[in-house]
Design a protein around this ligand. Structure first.
Ligand code: IVH
Length: 663
């Protein structure tokens, strides 16, 4: 090939790959197979390596795929994503077996699978093409992560079948392998980004990337375990359903075994637990499922669990290590917590080097001293815990822990409240300041990417940040003057800070770090009051009138907004350009703006499901009938609300009619 031809070929490859990107990512109608696509990419990459002078800045080797979406679109699942009831011992498994046999009136065989500790997804294929992938969300409505899913190599974009079904929806689990998780955390730490607590969080964080190219770099795996919906005849049992998934080219949960009875299933659990540490990924138990679908149907479900399956959990993993020291940490609200610094130990693939001891009560209960050998456990995403001090291994050199009389961060004399010890200095205490800012910048709050606690510490120590609002007065030249802060890092942080100025009400409220106001409470406040000013001026009565708010929470909220300092800080944030978005009521959906009351029992859904459906369709599910009620849905044995509605002349419909409305 002459040089001219090479250039022509490279231009053609760029154009062709871009065309396939569009077909694949945007139109969902790929014309070529994955390997043919990879081949084109490989050729282009090779040529670019050889002839860098012809390589283009907009080459698809640098900019892959579809435009990055601004937010995830909500999608309704094919069927609610249920959870599994857990049992912890053989007796629990045997009980499950007895109930199953009694209800179906026959012996049942089981299919046993590892309980994969990842995040659940739903995949939908239409005429063989992957058309949608969605995350759990609230179980009814999830987030559309199709673009992200398409970057996972193990998820076929096209089913392997000559005549694929018109539609198939499957459930599975997205997992990150332990080795990849450790490497990712290493990279994150090197780049000054937050690390993930465990492989599951890492998988979740990777899926939640709007920029799906990041997901693509994260080495994820997908294992499928259930067919939810099939446009053709369903196989008669889970064992066959799994075979069918495999035939289609979907990866199924490994180590699946069919068991004749519960004794075999219990043995399976025991064997699997032994193999647990040899696996590449985290599992936290065995799922025992009734194999036959006819029996599954007969057994049905409870509100949130199927009655045909259980999760038979493993014992939490424990290891023995030594407490090297017990130090005191100052929390965001000034509470001092004892923290055990441990000789690093690997507990199920994750290195543990610290464990919180919560408070003095816990220290006393465990009787733990500095220098003790202790057992530490890690269960699921729970922070490592010390479960026991091995007193028989003491040498006499261990040191008892005492809470200091002064705050270790600022020296202010501490105050005691029950078992809690607190530094009363507020944001004047550097320890509290750091925690408050880290919290404000965290993912669930205003989400400033790259604002790790190390960065906050550095900025605080240099006197660049003395309060939360100072985050917005950081200057480029000040950052560039810090050691290790090059242009790229600085500009990334400044960009992230700028982005965080536009924030939703619930995130902002959560970010303020009001005592007793977690994410859920912040969302509730945002929903009920709609605007910051209304929350600030809410009195205790307004607050306790809300169902989930008791006097203690109301007191925390009014106390926070009663502090002049806090109000000044909010004002400063506003002056520095933070815009807290008011919450508008969802105006879209089939029940937009409608207030709906349910009475009597519903047949096809639980009350909370019904409530969620109403909300996802833009309506509001109210408890009592009032003059503002738009619609009353009457189920079986309706109560006095029906009478109320009749009296008030409010429209009444049956459950059937309600289902028709929501489609
Ligand atoms: S079947 C109807 N099988 O566990 C319930 N779930 O606690 C269907 N999970 O949301 C669940 N491995 O994310 C099933 N082999 C397996 C599983 C599994 C992990 C997860 C799944 C589900 C959660 C339920």
């Amino acid at each position: 090939m002459g040089k001219e031809d090479v250039k022509k070929r490279m231009d053609w490859l760029c154009k062709e790959i871009r065309r396939h990107n569009r077909l694949y990512y945007i139109e969902g109608k790929p014309e070529i197979s994955d390997s043919e696509y990879d081949e084109l990419m490989r050729e282009l990459r090779e040529l670019e390596g050889e002839y860098p002078e012809y390589s283009r800045a907009d080459s698809p080797t640098r900019t892959v795929g579809a435009p990055i979406p601004e937010k995830f679109v909500k999608v309704r699942h094919t069927a609610p994503m249920l959870s599994l009831e857990s049992v912890n011992d053989e007796a629990g498994a045997a009980r499950f077996d007895r109930t199953c046999r009694k209800e179906v009136g026959a012996d049942v065989d089981y299919i046993c699978e590892p309980k994969l500790d990842g995040i659940s997804i739903e995949l939908v294929y239409e005429d063989g093409e992957l058309v949608r992938g969605s995350t759990r969300g609230d179980g009814i409505v999830g987030e559309d992560v199709t673009l992200n899913i398409r970057t996972i190599p193990g998820v076929p974009r096209r089913l392997k079948a000559k005549k694929p079904p018109h539609r198939i929806a499957v459930r599975g689990e997205i997992m990150m392998h332990i080795k990849d998780f450790q490497e990712l955390n290493k990279r994150q730490a090197e780049q000054g980004r937050d690390t993930f607590a465990n492989p599951r969080n890492a998988a979740a964080g990777s899926m939640r990337q709007l920029d799906y190219r990041i997901t693509g770099q994260r080495k994820l795996h997908a294992y499928c375990y259930r067919i939810l919906d099939l446009s053709e005849e369903m196989p008669p049992a889970q064992s066959e359903a799994l075979e069918l998934l495999k035939e289609f080219g979907l990866r199924i949960s490994p180590k699946v075994k069919r068991c004749r009875d519960i004794e075999e299933a219990i043995l399976y659990h025991r064997e699997l637990e032994k193999q647990r540490d040899d696996l590449d990924y985290e599992i936290d138990g065995a799922v025992i499922k009734v194999n036959g679908f006819a029996y599954q149907e007969k057994l049905g479900r409870r509100a949130t669990n199927p009655r045909w399956a259980i999760a038979y959990k493993f014992k939490p993993r424990k290891e023995v290590t030594r407490v090297e020291n017990i130090v005191v940490q100052v929390g965001r609200t000034g509470v001092l917590t004892p923290l055990a610094l441990l000789k690093p130990v690997e507990v199920g693939g994750v290195t543990v080097s610290r464990a919180t001891l919560h408070n003095m009560d816990q220290v006393r209960k465990l009787g733990v001293k500095s220098g003790d050998y202790v057992r530490v456990q890690r269960a699921g995403d729970v922070i490592p815990q010390i479960t026991e001090a091995l007193k028989e291994r003491r040498t006499g050199k261990e040191k008892e822990f005492r809470m200091p009389g002064k705050c270790p961060s600022c020296g202010t004399p501490v105050e005691w409240e029950d078992v809690f010890c607190r530094c009363p200095a507020g944001l004047a205490c550097p320890g509290q300041l750091k925690e408050a800012i880290t919290h404000y910048a965290s993912k669930g709050a205003v989400d400033i990417d790259g604002f790790s606690d190390k960065t906050v510490e550095l900025l605080r120590d240099r006197g660049l940040i003395k309060s939360i609002s100072d985050v917005y007065t950081l200057r480029r030249e000040d950052l560039l003057a810090l050691e290790g802060w090059k242009e790229k890092k600085t500009d990334n942080l400044l960009r992230a800070i700028k982005k965080s100025k536009d924030v939703t009400l619930e995130r902002f409220i959560f970010g303020l770090g009001i005592r007793n106001v977690g994410k859920h409470m912040a969302t509730l406040l945002a929903e009920k009051f709609g605007a910051l000013a209304r929350i600030v001026s809410a009195g205790k009565e307004d607050l306790v009138a809300i169902n989930e708010i008791g006097p203690e929470i109301a007191e925390s909220i009014t106390a926070f907004f009663g502090e002049k300092k806090n109000l000044e800080e909010i004002e400063k944030l506003r002056k520095n350009g933070v815009v807290v978005r008011e919450r508008k009521k969802a105006a879209k959906g089939k029940l937009a703006g409608k207030k709906i009351v349910f009475t009597g029992s519903l047949e096809s859904m639980t009350r909370s499901e019904a409530k969620r459906i109403v909300e996802s369709e833009g309506g509001e599910a109210a408890r009592a009938v009032s003059s503002t009620t738009d619609l009353v849905v009457a189920g079986e044995k309706p109560g006095s609300k029906l009478e109320e509605a009749r009296k008030k002349g409010i429209k009444i419909i049956t459950e059937e009619e309600f289902r028709k409305i929501i489609g």
